[in-house]
Ligand binder design. Sequence first.
Ligand code: NAP
Length: 251
Amino acid sequence: MSKVALVTGGSRGLGKNMAEALADKGLDVIITYKSNQEEADKVVALLESKGHKAAAMALDTAVSGSFEEFVTNLQSVLDTVFQTNHIDYLVNNAGIGIHASFAETTEEQFDTLMNIHFKGAFFLTQKLLPVLNDGGGIVNISTGLARFSSPGYAAYAAMKGAMETLTKYQAKELGARKIRVNIVAPGAIETDFGGGVVRDNNEMNAFLASQTALGRVGLPDDIGTVVAFLCSEDAKWVTAQRIEVSGGMFI
Ligand SMILES: NC(=O)c1ccc[n+]([C@@H]2O[C@H](COP(=O)([O-])OP(=O)(O)OC[C@H]3O[C@@H](n4cnc5c(N)ncnc54)[C@H](OP(=O)(O)O)[C@@H]3O)[C@@H](O)[C@H]2O)c1
């Protein structure tokens, strides 16, 4: 029976590529989306066309009060679509970018980023623990910005830094259940993220490429295969690790 991965924010960008790469490794995949059901349904069709079971579920990771209901709905989807009652892997990918200097970040922006990038990922994972198979894994998603600093990302990067610390604690505590927990830190990638600035602003794109050892910015396809590796037996002895996937950005 195929293993099942749940990828939050799998309707576009990196999450979509992760879902595809997981399917290419033989996994069945559930993606979540916030509002763009049409795009999510297209991803489901794509995964099914690769011969895998797939489903899309709505989830706002900023609203921790909705997670219990989400888990109940997930159990029913697992039963009806996947004929199982557990997932094997969880990828905490959903996220947004807000560009604001430290001096100008508002409490509202801070709370939005915290709710999505830290509190949401913290409590969603906690609520999913009973549904996550022993011997499975969790992949959290950070950013290169937690290692180097680039003006305008103080709050965003700090939340990702919190996730990097949390990853080590989760790995330590969940190791008893043979659950591996790692965190992938992408560099700048061409997606809709942050208004699509890395993809659509030519000057920014060229500058970031010039600061990257491999001489270009990242593409979604650079990330999914690394996440899929972590969600496989090939990575059976890898836990508590931060893996930066940035082409050597700002080194
Ligand atoms: N792109 C980069 O340069 C970059 C670099 C480092 C790290 N990252 C991280 O990689 C992850 C994915 O980014 P991306 O570039 O793929 O972004 P993206 O292309 O903008 O896609 C964001 C995804 O997250 C979902 N989402 C947004 N807000 C959500 C919420 N409140 N609750 C649940 N789902 C939500 C979106 O769903 P809808 O389609 O329904 O809106 C979509 O599926 C994020 O955690 C981001 O911080 C990105």
